[in-house]
Design a protein around this ligand. Structure first.
Ligand code: MN
Ligand code: MN
Length: 306
């Protein structure tokens, strides 16, 4: 029986590349067949990576009841298909806080507080002594550059930068930072996107002590490209908050050059968010200098307010 490897809903590059890289590794060392999968459509950024390195698009898997699965890039049930609890989880590779999923049988876990799941995958390859194919190395390198915002994110560690350098060598890429910038230019494109697409591009839901909090993040080279669409974005945020039954919906417009985020907030109690960051909102938004990481700088300060 095959094992499906996949990452969180609204898949990012770490989720997609992680599935590809783990499946390849497992297929070298285990008898079962591991199949890379995904829970949704890929982003323009991920498409750029797959095209650049000749990666195959993982299969779409929207139901996993009764299946054997291997998870990458999260372990929280809210970020997987509704029937995830009916699947058998064989392993988890991740770099987030521990989620609420559990298992009936022993499993393997490769979880570390570093910049990217693919850095953990890199360590898995080393641990198993398996050579990383050139194209997979290139994709893993890009996933790490994406998750660490080309090393600028406070989540980035020396382990991540070292992995990128090693992977770049294997992939034959000299100027990996330039390629990373090229990727972020692709990621920053907003002109052809509907406001709903923007508000759900990198959406995650969190259960904070019974209150549902949605957080979407747009990482861009210049967030002023969205200045004249703010009103439209806020209107759709209010609609989405109602549709999803959220207590709070946050949108982080992360400017990777200015190294900070404009936080847009629609909430039943905006004071919780003001308290979380120790800042008063101007209208329903506030600039948060130095804030680049949702997992490290946003969720850990918002969660204790609930
Ligand atoms: Mn991710
Ligand atoms: Mn990640």
């Amino acid at each position: 029986m095959s094992v499906y490897v996949f990452g969180h809903k609204v898949p990012d590059s770490d989720s997609i590349v992680g599935a590809i890289a783990i499946a390849y590794l497992k297929n070298q060392v285990e008898k079962e067949e591991y199949i890379p999968a995904r829970q949704g459509d890929i982003s323009a950024e991920t498409e750029f990576i797959l095209n650049k390195f000749g990666g195959e698009l993982p299969i779409l898997k929207t139901s996993v009841a009764g299946e054997r699965v291997y998870l990458v890039d999260d372990s929280d049930s809210l970020l997987f298909q509704d029937d995830i609890r009916e699947a058998t989880i064989l392993g988890i590779t991740d770099h987030h806080k521990l989620g609420d999923l559990t298992t009936n049988a022993p499993l393997e876990m490769w979880v570390r507080p570093i910049g990217c799941s693919n850095t953990v995958v890199y360590e898995m390859y080393q641990s198993y002594g398996v050579e990383i194919p050139k194209n997979i190395a290139g994709m893993m390198m890009m996933a790490i550059l994406s998750d660490t915002v080309i090393f600028k994110s406070p989540t980035c560690t020396k382990v991540d930068t070292k992995a990128v350098k090693e992977l770049a060598k294997i992939a034959g890429i000299e100027d990996y930072k330039a390629l990373g910038m090229e990727m972020f230019i692709v990621k920053s494109a907003v002109d052809d996107s509907s406001v709903r697409e923007l508000n759900t591009r990198d959406y995650k839901a969190f259960d904070m002590n019974g209150s549902m909090v949605g957080v979407n993040q747009l990482e861009m080279i210049d967030i002023s490209a969205l200045d004249d669409r703010k009103e439209e974005i806020f209107k759709d945020m209010r609609d989405l908050k109602e549709e999803k039954g959220l207590h709070t919906f946050l949108v982080l417009l992360t400017d990777i050059m200015k190294e900070g985020s404009q936080l847009l907030c629609v909430s039943d109690d905006i004071s919780k968010i003001e308290k979380a960051f120790g800042k008063a909102m101007k209208g329903d938004e506030v600039w948060l200098p130095g804030v680049l990481s949702r997992k490290k700088q946003v969720i850990p300060v918002v969660r204790p307010q609930f």
